[in-house]
Write a protein that binds this ligand. Structure first.
Ligand SMILES: *[C@@H]1O[C@H](CO)[C@@H](O)[C@H](O)[C@H]1NC(C)=O
Ligand SMILES: *[C@@H]1O[C@H](CO)[C@@H](O)[C@H](O)[C@H]1NC(C)=O
Ligand SMILES: *[C@@H]1O[C@H](CO)[C@@H](O)[C@H](O)[C@H]1NC(C)=O
Ligand SMILES: *[C@@H]1O[C@H](CO)[C@@H](O)[C@H](O)[C@H]1NC(C)=O
Ligand SMILES: *[C@@H]1O[C@H](CO)[C@@H](O)[C@H](O)[C@H]1NC(C)=O
Length: 833
C-alpha cells in the first residue's frame, strides 16, 4: 500500500468520524486514530490527523503538530522531497501529521494544539510506541554449503520484541538433533552431505504482535574439485600435435586452467585449453614447450591441482657434415653431428646402399670403425667414421643418418670422402701403338688417372719436348690429359715418346709408341664353299695384321675368264665376318677372281687369281625355313611349334635361284601324328598353297586344328622347275586360348549382336502394346487367343494367361539361341576363307 493510498484511506475514515462526533459540545481537539497510546511498526509510514471538535470550526486558529520536544513540525515545502516527518493540511480545520518511515527514535508523544476563539488553548496528545517487525537480516535465498563441512544455514531475524524461530525442511519441521542444531543465527548442519540438498524454511513468530514470517532457503551442496592424477610425464613430438586431458569433478563442475611458469596456457600461442573438459592442446609442439605444467580446477567450493611434466621429443637435425679429402692409405675421419631429444644416434651409409655402418669395427672390413657419441648436455649426437688405410674404393658419397624415437633424418647433401692418389696409367696399359703414314699428324693422347689432377709432360729420348722447339711435335693440354701431335716428317719420328704424369702424391711414366702404318699383306686364302648357277660363297682367311691397324674390309674383283682386262672387272666389298657371297653371276660361266684386304692405310695387294666356274641354270636351291625350332637333331626333320592353335606363320629365306628367277613357292601342309618318331599322315587332309613371293618370304597357314602335328613341305619354283623340298614338322598350340578371331569376324559378331538386341526389343514392345490393348480394349493377338480359348474353362484360361504373361521372356531367349546359331555359322564361314 503506497503512502498516498494510505493517506486517502485515513482521510475517508476521518471524515466519517468527524461526522459522528458532531454532537459533542465541549471544544476540544481530536486525534485520529483515536487511541491515546498507539503501537506502530518501524520502517512503516504513519499518518495522524488532528481535527477540532467544536461548534464553530471557523474560530479555530493556529492548528499545529509538535513533537515530544515541543518543536513544531513544519509542513512539507512545496516542490521539495518529503522529509521523514511533516504536516499537511487537509482542509482549514484538519491537519495531518505524516511520518514517511517510522523509526524507534521517533517514538514518544506528539501534540496537536490550537487556539479557539482566540481565548481557549486546545491541546491533545497521542503516544506512539514503536515495535520492530520481523525482518530477515541475513538469510540468503540460495546457500551453498560445502560437502563434508559443518554449515550454518544462515537466517538472522530481527524483531522487537524478539521473534522465536523454527525450521522446516521440504515442508517438515526439523527437530534439533545431532545433525541439525537450531542456533540464533541459523540452522547448523553438521557434516553436510549431498543428500542435505533441499528447500529449508526459516520461520519467525512474535507472540506479542502475532506476527509470523518465513523465508524459503534453497540449499545446494557444493563439492570441492578433485583432479584425476596425471601421468608423471608426457611425451610430445616436435612439430606434431599434442594434447593432454585434465579430468576434474566437483559441484558445480569446475573450470580448468593449465599453468606453466605462472603463465596461463590458454593465452599462449599454439596452445588451446577447453575450460570445461580440461583438454590442453598444442597445435605444433616446439622444443621449448617442455617443462612442468599444472592443471588447476576451480569452483566455488574450492580448488585442486595436479602437476605433470611434458617432455618434447625433438626430431634429429643434422647440422654438420664436412667433406674430407684424404690421401690413399691415409686415415679418413668423417664426422656427422646431429641435434635432437632424446639425443640422436648417428650412423652412415654409402650412397646407393641401404646398409648402414654398425657401431664399432665393421665385420666385413676391419679398416672401418664407427664411433657414436651422445652428449645429453647439449643434445648432440655424433657419428664418426674412421677409415684406416683408406683405399681408392672408399672414395664416394656417404649419407649421414640420425635417429631417435622422434624419427630418422637422412642427411643431405651427402658427405664426400675424396681419396687422393698418385697418377697411374693402368687404363692405358694394353693400348696398341699409334699409327701414322704419309706424314699424317698422329695424336698420341695420354691420360693419367690421378687425384688431384696430374700435370703431364712429354719426353723424347729423355729430352723435354716442351723445350725442343720441334715444329713437328705439338703438345695440346698439359693434364690430366695431354695430346702429343706428331707429324712424322722423317722416319725418326716413328719411335717411343714418354708421357710423364705428376701430382703431389707421385709420378708415373707411360711409353707411347708411334709406328708407321703399312698396307695389309695379301689375303692368305679364299676358298669357294658354295657354288650355285648365279652365286659363289667364299671362305676368306685374312692376312695377319698389326694390333691397332685392323682389317676394315675385304674386296673381291671378278670378271669372266675370257675377258682379259681387269679394268672392266666388277668388284664386291664385305666387312669382315659377313658371308662373303658374290652374286648375280651368269650360269655356266668361268670367272677369275682376286681378293685384297683393306686397312686404314689403304687397300693391300691383290691375291693370286682364282678361277671358278658356275654350273648351268637349274631349279632353285631349297629354301631355308627360318622359324624357331624346338629341337632338331642331326639328320632329323626339325619341329617348330605355333603359338596359335589355329594358324602358323612360316618364314623362310630366299634361296639362290640358280639362274632363273623364283616365281612362286609351294607350301603343302598335312596333319598327321608322330608316334615314336614315326610320321603317320592322315590321308587326304593336305592343303597346298602357292605363294608368289615378291619381297617377303613368309606365309600364314590358317584353319589349322589345335594340338596337332603338321608336316610342311616348302618348295621354290623357277622357270626350270621346283627346288628340292624343305620339310619341317609343326605342332599347333593346345586348346582354344590363343584362337584369334579375325577383325572381320569380330565386326560381324558385334553388328549381329546389335541387330539381335534390336529385334528382341521390337518384339517385346509389340507384345507389350498387344498386352495393353488386350487389357484395355480387348483387342490384339492376345485378346484374340483369349477369346478363342475362353469357352474352354476358367482354369485353362488362367494357365494360358500366365503363359502369355511370360511369353515375352521365353520368346527372347529363343531368339538369342537362334542368333547364336546364326553367328556361329557366320564365323564358320569367315574363318573358312
Ligand atoms: C510541552 O508542553 C506541555 C504542555 O503544553 C507540557 O506538559 C510538557 O511538559 C512540555 N514538554 C517539554 C519537554 O517541555
Ligand atoms: C660435400 O660434397 C658433396 C658432393 O660433392 C656436395 O654435394 C656437398 O655440398 C659437399 N658438402 C659440403 C658441406 O661442402
Ligand atoms: C687426340 O685424341 C683424343 C682421344 O681420342 C681426342 O679426345 C683429342 O681430341 C685428340 N686431340 C686432338 C688435338 O685432335
Ligand atoms: C681435373 O680434370 C678433370 C678432367 O679434365 C676436370 O673436369 C676437372 O675440373 C679437373 N679438376 C681440377 C681441380 O682441375
Ligand atoms: C669397285 O667398283 C666401283 C664401281 O663399280 C669402283 O668405283 C671402285 O673403284 C671399285 N673398287 C675397286 C677396289 O676396284
Amino acid at each position: 500500500m503506497s503512502l498516498n493510498q494510505f493517506i486517502f484511506l485515513f482521510i475517508t475514515i476521518n471524515l466519517f468520524s468527524t461526522f459522528e462526533c458532531q454532537m459533542s459540545k465541549e471544544p476540544r481537539l481530536e486525534i485520529l486514530p483515536n487511541q491515546a497510546v498507539q503501537r506502530r511498526p518501524v520502517n512503516k509510514p504513519l499518518v495522524l490527523t488532528c481535527s477540532p471538535n467544536v461548534e464553530q470550526k471557523e474560530l479555530i486558529t493556529d492548528l499545529k503538530w509538535k513533537d515530544s520536544y515541543n518543536n513544531t513540525i513544519n509542513p512539507k515545502q512545496y516542490g521539495s522531497q518529503p522529509p521523514i516527518i511533516y504536516t499537511e493540511s487537509l482542509n482549514i480545520n484538519q491537519l495531518m501529521l505524516v511520518i514517511t518511515s517510522l523509526s524507534e527514535s521517533l517514538a514518544g508523544y506528539f501534540y496537536c494544539s490550537a487556539s479557539y476563539a482566540n481565548s481557549e488553548y486546545l491541546e491533545e496528545k497521542v503516544k506512539i510506541e514503536t515495535f520492530v517487525g520481523i525482518t530477515f537480516r541475513d538469510a540468503p535465498d540460495y546457500q551453498n554449503p560445502i560437502l563434508n563441512s559443518d554449515y550454518v544455514v544462515k537466517c538472522m531475524v530481527t524483531a522487537s520484541p524478539p521473534a522465536s524461530i523454527d525450521w522446516m525442511r521440504n515442508g517438515d519441521a526439523i527437530k534439533s538433533s545431532e545433525k541439525f542444531i537450531i542456533k540464533h543465527d541459523g540452522l547448523l548442519i553438521t557434516n553436510v552431505q549431498e543428500s542435505d540438498d533441499g528447500i529449508y524454511t526459516c520461520r519467525a513468530a512474535v507472540i506479542q504482535t502475532g506476527e509470523l514470517a518465513e523465508r524459503a532457503i534453497r540449499l545446494d551442496v557444493q563439492i570441492k574439485p578433485t583432479v584425476e592424477p596425471l601421468e608423471y610425464r608426457y611425451e610430445a613430438i616436435e612439430g606434431e600435435e599434442f594434447s593432454v586431458k585434465c579430468l576434474a569433478t566437483g559441484k558445480p563442475p569446475p573450470l580448468i586452467q593449465w599453468i606453466k611458469d605462472q603463465k596461463d596456457m590458454s593465452l599462449a600461442d599454439r596452445f588451446s585449453v577447453v575450460p570445461h573438459n580440461g583438454q590442453m592442446s598444442i597445435s605444433r609442439v616446439d622444443e621449448f614447450d617442455r617443462g612442468v605444467y599444472k592443471c588447476i580446477a576451480k569452483n566455488n567450493a574450492g580448488i585442486a591441482e595436479e602437476e605433470t611434466r611434458i617432455d618434447v621429443v625433438v626430431k634429429p637435425k643434422i647440422f654438420q657434415l664436412i667433406n674430407i679429402t684424404v690421401p690413399v692409405h691415409g686415415e679418413s675421419t668423417l664426422v656427422c653431428k646431429s641435434r635432437g631429444w632424446p639425443v640422436p644416434i648417428v650412423t652412415f651409409r654409402r650412397y646407393g646402399s641401404m646398409d648402414e655402418f654398425r657401431q664399432g669395427s665393421q665385420g666385413d672390413d676391419g679398416r672401418i670403425t664407427l664411433e657414436q657419441t651422445v652428449d645429453n648436455e647439449i643434445w648432440e649426437g655424433t657419428g664418426t667414421l674412421f677409415i684406416s688405410d683408406t683405399q681408392r674404393s672408399d672414395d664416394g658419397l656417404y649419407q649421414c643418418v640420425a635417429r631417435n624415437k622422434g624419427g630418422e633424418t637422412f642427411g643431405l647433401p651427402h658427405g664426400h670422402i675424396a681419396v687422393e692418389y698418385p697418377p697411374n696409367f693402368d687404363h692405358m696399359k694394353d693400348l696398341p701403338p699409334v699409327f701414322s703414314w704419309e706424314e699424317r699428324e698422329a695424336n698420341l693422347s695420354c691420360m693419367a688417372m690421378a687425384f688431384p689432377n696430374a700435370t703431364i709432360e712429354w719426353r723424347w729420348n729423355e729430352r723435354l719436348i716442351r723445350e725442343m722447339q720441334d715444329k713437328f711435335l705439338r703438345i695440346v693440354e698439359d693434364g690430366p690429359r695431354s695430346d702429343l701431335m706428331v707429324t712424322p716428317a722423317s722416319r725418326t719420328y716413328y719411335s717411343n715418346f714418354k708421357c710423364i704424369a705428376v701430382n703431389k702424391l707421385g709420378r708415373e711414366e707411360h711409353i707411347m709408341e708411334l709406328r708407321e702404318g703399312r698396307l695389309p699383306p695379301p689375303v692368305a686364302q679364299a676358298k669357294p664353299i658354295d657354288v650355285t648357277a648365279t652365286t659363289i660363297t667364299f671362305e676368306i682367311i685374312g692376312p695377319a695384321y698389326e694390333p691397332g691397324l685392323p682389317i676394315k674390309s675385304y674386296t673381291a674383283q671378278y670378271k669372266e675368264e675370257r675377258s682379259l682386262d681387269w679394268s672392266h672387272a666388277l668388284n664386291r666389298t664385305w666387312t669382315p665376318d659377313t658371308p662373303y657371297v658374290v652374286e648375280n653371276l651368269r650360269p655356266q660361266t668361268m670367272y677369275t677372281l682376286r681378293f685384297a684386304a683393306r686397312n686404314d692405310v689403304g687397300l693391300g695387294q691383290w691375291s693370286a687369281i682364282r678361277v671358278q666356274g658356275t654350273p648351268s641354270r637349274s631349279v632353285p636351291q631349297s629354301p631355308k625355313i627360318l622359324n624357331q625350332f624346338t629341337h632338331q637333331e642331326e639328320g632329323e626333320i626339325p619341329i617348330a611349334s605355333s603359338v596359335y592353335s589355329d594358324k602358323f606363320e612360316m618364314t623362310w629365306s630366299r634361296p639362290p635361284d640358280n639362274g632363273e628367277p623364283i616365281d612362286f613357292y609351294t607350301i603343302k601342309y598335312c596333319p598327321g601324328s608322330k608316334i615314336n618318331n614315326v610320321w603317320n599322315e592322315i590321308g587326304n587332309m593336305c592343303n597346298e598353297i602357292n605363294y608368289i613371293a615378291y619381297t617377303f618370304s613368309n606365309q600364314v597357314l590358317k584353319d589349322l586344328t589345335p594340338d596337332t602335328y603338321y608336316q610342311i613341305e616348302l618348295r621354290a619354283h623357277n622357270a626350270i622347275g621346283f627346288s628340292l623340298p624343305t620339310h619341317i614338322y609343326m605342332r599347333t598350340a593346345n586348346g582354344e586360348l590363343k584362337k584369334e578371331l579375325t577383325e572381320e569376324a569380330r565386326i560381324t559378331i558385334s553388328s549381329f549382336t546389335i541387330i539381335t538386341i534390336s529385334i528382341v526389343g521390337i518384339i517385346l514392345l509389340v507384345i507389350l502394346i498387344d498386352f495393353l490393348c488386350c487389357v484395355t480394349n480387348n483387342m490384339g493377338i492376345i485378346a484374340l487367343i483369349f477369346q478363342r480359348k475362353s469357352h474352354v474353362g476358367a482354369t485353362r484360361l488362367e494357365r494360358d494367361e500366365r503363359r502369355v504373361l511370360t511369353n515375352g521372356r521365353t520368346e527372347k531367349r529363343e531368339l538369342i539361341h537362334l542368333n547364336q546359331r546364326h553367328n556361329d555359322e557366320i564365323i564358320g564361314k569367315h574363318s573358312a576363307v
